[in-house]
Design a protein around this ligand. Sequence first.
Ligand code: KG4
Ligand code: ZN
Length: 338
Amino acid sequence: MSSPIVLGIETSCDETGAGLVRDGRLLGHAVASSMAEHARYGGVVPEIAARAHIDALRPVIAQALADAGLRLSDVGAVAVTAGPGLSGALQVGVAGAKALAHALDVPLHGVHHLAGHVAADTLEHGPLPDPCMVLIVSGGHTSLVLVRDLATEPVVHLGDTLDDAAGECFDKVARVFGLPYPGGPAIDRAAREGDPHAVAFPRPLTGPGHDPYAFSFSGLKTAAARWAERHTPAAPPPVADGAAALQEAVADVLTRKAVTACTDHQVRTLVVVGGVAANSRVRALAEERCAAAGITLRVPPLRLCTDNGAMIAAVGDLLVRAGAEPAPPTLAVDPSAP
Ligand code: KG4
Ligand code: ZN
């Protein structure tokens, strides 16, 4: 007997996502983004994000169902991001998920947003090996975690960023460079025309005596801003070179530490997830270094790297199949979930 079809709902930031998963297989999904509405503020405005989720949630669920060729009555369980994320934004998804689960009389599961990013990869590459090392790199997180079984065992946290997340560093430096929001993809595009060795940006926390699994990107952000400020309107900074050099520094630090973590813990598989996993240089350098170290690299396809509902449905599906206890009808959002 096959397990129920799980509807996953994601509203933790500026993407409204819905996805349908059964037995580890992605049946359909849809995403709407309020990114354009935040662009002129240079960052996500929580109030705007929450309102956009209210407008988008029903159409996005309908679109995901249509994509899968399913009807709402086919849904056998609902999974929703409970945290971490923006409080008002999370509330919209959780309220919607509760209403749906109640109306359909199906179980509800609260999902950790980062577990979603990890599970995204299973939709493309199958179940994760036990153990595997996961580098989570997004706009809000930069973490190295050792994963055994996502549904039943807590992950082991090896390290986090001490200040800015890698995506945040890209977003903030892009602004200084005069590139559009969101900065990560803009830096990636600009870097194609640049020389990664044109500027020697620092590689924070990589020297001897530093925590091998801790990250820091705020110094790198400042170094990039200083470099841009040294130029004048008459002789503007060669932004492509700055972008390429910054991207090289971030990719170098991320992949070096991730491969070290694998080697130290004798883990043979590295999974790189989150929005920054979409970065072309991060992907290429991870590929190169994993191959050299005999480590299998897994990176979800681009469309599943950034926030989406399919990844939340993927965790819901794992929970359902592991026989996890459903969430109570009082499920609360947890904006600062650890
Ligand atoms: O995972 P995500 O969609 O949302 C969070 O949970 O944060 O990640 C968004 C982050 C943003 O900082 C964005 O600039 C970055 O991922 N990003 C990229 C690329 N695409 C998205 N950073 C570098 N290169 C990219 N191609
Ligand atoms: Zn995310």
